[in-house]
Design a binder for this molecule. Structure first.
Ligand SMILES: NC(=O)c1ccc[n+]([C@@H]2O[C@H](COP(=O)([O-])OP(=O)(O)OC[C@H]3O[C@@H](n4cnc5c(N)ncnc54)[C@H](OP(=O)(O)O)[C@@H]3O)[C@@H](O)[C@H]2O)c1
Length: 296
């Protein structure tokens, strides 16, 4: 793998922390130039500094955007499309879980906005660049948390889902987990539909489960959710282990021709039946485009 990323451009979200940070540094160490989208100036600058230490002589770059806001998703993608003549890999990774329902300035539920809409809108904004740079790849971080999840097209903004009662909390880890699981199901459906739409362009789309990883994930979720995750993290993988499949999908020649698949531990794995529902994938794509005000 060492030589494969030399001269390649990798756009990545959520690389100021956790598995995204490790993957960006590993890809940089093998020659890739990293273009980050980050929301926090201090953490972004620190990440940029670490990247230049990994690979002196390569000018990595950063664009600042809060990926829960439609206008910022679109602006970041526009800026990158305008400044990067080629993009070899796009990694959609920024994500989080929220213990209580919050609504963004666009009227979207926050988990849905950050974990699903940002993947779709950033990919939409960079799609022409990816196609022009083919062979290229889109890699999206999903999760085995999708197992047990179903999409509710009448409640995409999770008004009802967050109302879950005691049963919900005891059996499903709380409404925040239920909403998070749906967003990770949405990542797989997005990947399937994207792969279908990109067929024949030379751009592949795959997604993956990193494992349960001790990162900053869950720290900001609030209340019982944060507490539970903090305890569970004692048994979790390291960020280095969690980043392995991301790096593999972004760079390995073994997956050059594979598309529309879900991976775990660097191997393709069948996601749930709900995650293989092509009609739902198509419908989600259309609803997403409408909500984002982009062409479908
Ligand atoms: N950890 C796990 O066990 C696990 C398991 C399955 C899937 N995942 C998925 O893995 C991905 C990465 O999570 P992680 O575990 O590496 O967690 P993490 O350490 O919390 O990293 C999350 C990244 O997303 C960024 N981010 C969060 N909100 C953002 C926003 N509004 N705008 C822009 N960037 C934002 C964070 O930026 P800041 O530095 O500014 O906070 C950070 O770089 C997520 O999609 C998560 O769902 C994680």
């Amino acid at each position: 793998m060492q030589e494969t990323m030399k001269g390649k451009v990798v756009v990545i979200t959520g690389a100021t922390s956790g598995i995204g940070q490790v993957a960006a540094e590993k890809l940089a160490a093998t020659g890739a130039r990293i273009v980050q989208i980050a929301r926090d100036r201090g953490r972004g600058e620190a990440a940029l500094k670490r990247l230049s230490e990994c690979a002196p002589g390569v000018t990595h770059s950063i664009h600042f955007a809060d990926l829960s806001r439609l206008s910022e998703m679109k602006r970041a993608a526009r800026e990158i499309a305008a400044t990067e003549p080629r993009i070899d890999v796009l990694i959609n990774n920024a994500g989080a879980m929220f213990g209580s329902r919050q609504v963004t300035e666009d009227g979207l539920e926050l988990t849905f906005a950050l974990n699903h809409m940002a993947y779709s809108v950033v990919t939409h904004g960079l799609r022409a660049r990816l196609v022009a740079s083919a062979p290229a790849r889109v890699v999206s971080t999903s999760s085995d948390a999708h197992r047990g999840a179903t999409l509710d097209f009448d409640d995409l903004q999770s008004v009802r889902a967050y109302r879950g009662g005691l049963f919900e909390s005891l059996c499903h880890g709380g409404p925040g987990f239920k909403v998070y699981s749906r967003s990770k199901l949405a990542n797989i459906l997005f990947t399937r539909e994207l792969a279908r739409r990109l067929a024949g362009t030379g751009v592949t789309a795959n997604c993956f489960h990193p494992g349960f990883v001790a990162t900053r994930f869950g720290d900001q979720s609030g209340g019982l959710t944060s507490f539970g995750i903090r305890i569970a993290k004692r048994f979790a993988l390291t960020p280095e282990q969690g980043a392995e499949t991301m790096v593999y999908l972004a760079s390995s020649p073994e997956v050059a021709g594979m598309t529309g698949r879900y991976f775990s531990k660097c191997r393709p794995l069948d996601p749930t039946r709900e995650a293989q529902d092509d009609a739902a994938a198509h419908r989600l794509w259309i609803e997403t485009a409408k909500l984002a005000g982009i062409a479908d």
